[in-house]
Unconditional design. Structure first.
Length: 467
């Protein structure tokens, strides 16, 4: 169904018949930026206190000789995308950096005029092979996972989409329809999408505002009294302070998944603090999402969590909007661990497991009813899976990877252009605001949230608006 690079280049008839809007890649350049978190972020049993951003610049030209440049960035979230207790942080980060260099070279070497969707489709197998090469070259005890490869490749893919939109003076979300692509969606998603194109599933104009999920990390203080050592940078330092500061109306709760009593008490404690803080604001409506970061041993854990939480904090579960992937990301390893019963309570969203259409279809077979769309898995994949989740009538949310700056702008663009997105997580303002500097003036509605909503004003411009 997907063309490998050699096969793609070996089809001159198709290329000759391709839209005149196609572009060829001239250059792909990468660079890295390092930031320390103002406070650690604990999830999945680990604390993260730093981030390395992968910045990508590219240049394209059209058949008519016009050129345009694009830019994108993404955190190299190695703790999340390449979890390995037996491999040091610096080693998995170095592996992603090496892989980024290979991906950039592979992409720059791609010849022929094409749409970014088809560049990504043609090169994905080469990216995965490059990941295997890095694993072998570095003698890693385990191979770089596909999820990690997607994260590393994502800003390269996004930079191409940004440049392609700018090349045509259009927003990137509006240049993926019939007038710009060679194939209908059946080429990427299967026969049931025959005759359909992305512009049937992607809004041409932005939703004006998207509810923002504030993250409560597993070690975050809930009240000022719990702050052990104040940072003193003028920003809130506890959940109780963040709620009025950002007008928070949705809280993502990071849980343990391996300690039922702790998980129940954590949600109950967050609910107590939130009820009091919202009462002082006169706010009567807010939401929670629960994120176990795939650490629950089985679905029975989740069902028992629900039963006990209802007894301890009856109103807390009523506010839960959805549950992020509670059990291990390798779904095929335990096909009996289905989510059908849990999904009767709330939408259960596939996240870490979602590495392509095959994973989405398997998740549906196993009872998952929602999907987390993420810029860190690539603009191309996100657009295609946004179409699939709508076709299959699945719950949709957009999550981030503590995305600052251009990465957050990209994420908001996805949430604003995909119909039916319920909310968007945006936590870089909590943990790494230094990486947002310079962006507040461009998009104040994204980087200075005071009413609980991210504003999409300005995101209908050329490209992805990340440059």
């Amino acid at each position: 169904m997907r063309l490998g690079r050699r096969a793609f280049l070996g089809m001159p008839i198709l290329l000759a018949a391709a839209p005149s809007t196609d572009a060829q890649i001239d250059e792909v350049r990468i660079g890295f930026e390092d930031y320390r978190y103002r406070a650690p972020y604990k999830f999945g049993g680990k604390e993260v206190d730093r981030v390395t951003l992968l910045n990508v610049h590219c240049r394209l030209h059209s058949r008519q000789g016009k050129t345009a440049t694009g830019f994108a960035a993404m955190p190299l979230g190695n703790v999340w995308s390449f979890p390995a207790n037996d491999i040091p942080y610096d080693t998995t980060l170095a592996a992603m950096k090496s892989l980024a260099g290979k991906i950039a070279r592979l992409t720059q070497d791609f010849r022929g005029f094409a749409h970014p969707l088809d560049v990504n489709a043609a090169l994905e197998s080469d990216y995965l092979k490059a990941a295997a090469d890095v694993s072998r070259e570095m003698n890693l005890p385990r191979s770089i996972p596909k999820l990690c490869t997607l994260v590393t490749a994502s800003p390269v893919d996004a930079a191409l989409h940004d440049a392609f939109g700018r090349l045509h003076g259009r927003n990137s979300f509006t240049v993926c329809g019939k007038d710009f692509v060679s194939y209908d969606l059946s080429h990427y998603l299967g026969a049931e999408f025959r005759g359909e194109y992305l512009d049937q599933y992607i809004q041409a104009t932005c939703t004006p505002r998207i509810r923002m999920y504030h993250s409560a990390g597993a070690s975050d203080p809930l009240t000022p009294a719990e702050v052990k050592k104040r940072i003193g940078d003028g920003l809130p330092e506890s959940l109780e302070e963040w709620i009025p500061y950002s007008g928070v109306t949705a809280i993502k709760i990071k849980l343990n998944g391996a300690d039922l009593a702790w998980d129940i008490e954590r949600v109950a404690a967050i609910d107590r603090v939130t009820v009091a803080a919202q009462a002082r604001r006169g706010q009567k409506e807010w939401l929670y999402s629960l994120d176990f970061n795939e650490r629950c041993p089985n679905v029975q854990y989740l069902l028992e969590f629900d039963r006990q939480l209802r007894g301890k904090a009856p109103t807390a579960f009523d506010r839960v909007q959805y549950i992020e992937q509670p059990t291990a990301r390798d779904l095929a390893a335990d096909r009996r661990n289905t989510m059908f019963e849990a999904a009767k309570l709330r939408p259960v969203v596939i996240d870490e497991s979602l590495t392509g259409l095959d994973a989405l279809l398997l998740a549906r077979e196993m009872g998952y009813t929602g999907a987390a769309l993420k810029a860190c898995k690539g603009q191309s994949q996100t657009l295609l899976l946004a179409a699939a989740t709508q076709k299959y009538k699945m719950f949709r949310c957009v999550q981030d990877l503590t995305c600052p700056g251009a990465a957050l702008v990209h994420s908001v663009g996805i949430a604003a252009h995909v119909p039916g997105v319920s909310a968007l997580e945006a936590n870089a303002r909590e943990y790494v605001p230094a990486a947002n500097r310079g962006w507040e003036g461009k998009f104040p509605g994204i980087f200075d949230v005071r009413d609980g909503y991210l504003k999409s004003a300005g995101l209908d411009g050329p490209g992805l608006c990340t440059g």
